[in-house]
Write a protein that binds this ligand. Structure first.
Ligand SMILES: Cc1ncc(COP(=O)(O)O)c(C=O)c1O
Length: 428
């Protein structure tokens, strides 16, 4: 039985603090000095889009694929892989520090090609990562710790918004090289090459392997060859970010051209892979980071250091998404099905680009819209300025980032006409 005093304490009314006492208690918080961060651009678009009551509003800010009804899309191959995993009644034990081996082995083959010399010779160190962002972050941390030259990495202008933050947080200095020519809405190839040639010997250079985000502008194969030469001349180190393999052209081999060409030319790049877009595994966070080394002995040393980096960060990566990707990559029938689905997604995007251009021309637009179809991948750089994008949102209920980037994945056969009319209304 509870004693009388204990009962009294338990039933006593809680002590009330006066308002000033509460304010004093709050002022003593450890976090009063924490500054408010700037608002998130994409979140801003989502909120403004939600508030807009226009029945035909269009959201072109999302960085994820949508089907022709504008709905999120789970690949049928992913659904099948998941069912197989459930049927196998697998356990939930930890993966090793570098992840699910069947997944990482297959991820390396997908990127480097089954005939790749460093792969056959056991010279590629690879680890499973928390999607593409995690791959970049582990890569950044590894380079910060072990890259023998200046700890600065050059990224294109512009680049995916998170690159700078990822590398700065990895302890690297971030510099930029020319990439986009706003006059041609195309690649500033001469500027890019001149900047690469002017970099100090042995610099680290981040290259988007395909479907450059945000511009959608990729170098041609001939231009990649010249970039490889310039990189070699400068003794620079290529860091490939491949977040869209297969998603750009619909062909995973074609999209790996730059990476594989660099390998053939004797470069020893490192690589960040993401399976968010090409398998639609966004929230499952499936990725890989790999480094090409010069020998199996060097690979073993690099492997050991990657483990030392990963262990105190998150111990080991999650297994479910990697098991899905592994099933799709290793089961021949499922793999064939997936390659078909990747092509379908890429083709829908390519069709939407063509339809947007066609509709703008039909309306009598005097602008040259050929960049819409020459660009590739999920994003298109329209060439519209900040004020034009603001008017597009305010006057036409069409939402996208202020830099003029639109997510082509958000265009459907149902909204493309209205989108063209909206753009035409703003810029003619
Ligand atoms: C160029 C680029 N790299 C990396 C990523 C990383 O994506 P995730 O971490 O979702 O795989 C993205 C995502 O949009 C991207 O566009």
């Amino acid at each position: 039985m509870l004693s009388k005093t204990v009962l009294q304490r338990a039933t006593a009314a809680p002590t009330r603090l006066s308002l000033t006492q509460q304010q004093c208690a709050r002022a003593a918080s450890f976090w009063t000095q924490v500054p408010q961060g700037p608002p998130d651009a994409i979140l801003g678009i989502t909120e403004a889009f939600k508030k807009d009551s226009h029945p035909q509003k269009i959201n072109l800010g999302v960085g994820a694929y949508r089907d022709d009804m504008g709905k999120p899309y789970v690949l049928p191959s992913v659904r099948t892989a998941e069912q197989k995993i459930v049927q196998e009644n697998m356990d939930k034990e930890y993966a090793g520090i570098t992840g699910v081996p069947d997944f990482t082995k297959a991820a390396a083959v997908l990127a480097y090609g089954k005939d790749s010399a460093p792969l056959k010779e056991g010279r590629i160190a690879i680890t499973q990562t928390i999607s593409g962002t995690g791959a970049l972050r582990i890569g950044g941390a590894f380079l910060q710790r072990f890259y023998p030259n200046a700890k600065a990495i050059y990224i294109p202008t512009p680049s995916w918004a998170n690159h700078k933050a990822v590398f700065l947080d990895s302890g690297l200095e971030v510099k930029q090289y020319k990439y986009y020519n706003k006059d041609t809405i195309g690649l500033d190839f001469d500027g890019m090459l001149a900047d690469i040639k002017a970099m100090p010997k042995g610099s680290m250079v981040l290259l988007h392997a395909c479907a450059h985000n945000p511009t959608g502008i990729d170098p041609t194969e001939e231009q990649w060859k010249a970039i490889s030469d310039a990189m070699k001349e400068g003794g620079h180190f290529p860091f490939f970010d491949m977040a869209y393999q297969g998603f750009a052209s619909g062909d995973t081999d074609k999209d790996a051209f730059a990476l594989r060409y660099f390998l053939k030319e004797g470069h020893q790049p490192c690589l960040a892979q993401s399976f968010a877009k090409n398998m639609g595994l966004y929230g499952e966070r499936v990725g890989a980071f790999s480094i090409v080394t010069s020998s199996p002995e060097e690979k073993a040393k690099v492997d050991s250091q990657i483990k030392i980096l990963v262990r105190p960060l998150y111990s080991n990566p999650p297994v479910h998404g990697a098991r899905i990707a592994s099933k799709i990559l290793n089961d021949p029938a499922l793999n064939k099905q997936w390659l078909g689905e990747v092509k379908e997604m890429a083709d829908r995007i390519i069709t939407m680009r063509a339809l947007l251009k066609e509709n703008l021309e039909k309306l009598g637009s005097k602008r040259d819209w050929s960049h819409i179809t020459s660009q590739i991948g999920m994003f298109a750089y329209t060439g519209l300025g900040k004020q034009e994008m603001e008017r597009l949102a305010q006057e036409c209920s069409v939402y996208a980032t202020k830099d003029g980037r639109i997510s082509v994945a958000g265009i459907t056969s149902g909204n493309v006409e209205r989108l063209a009319q909206s753009i035409f209304k703003i810029v003619g």
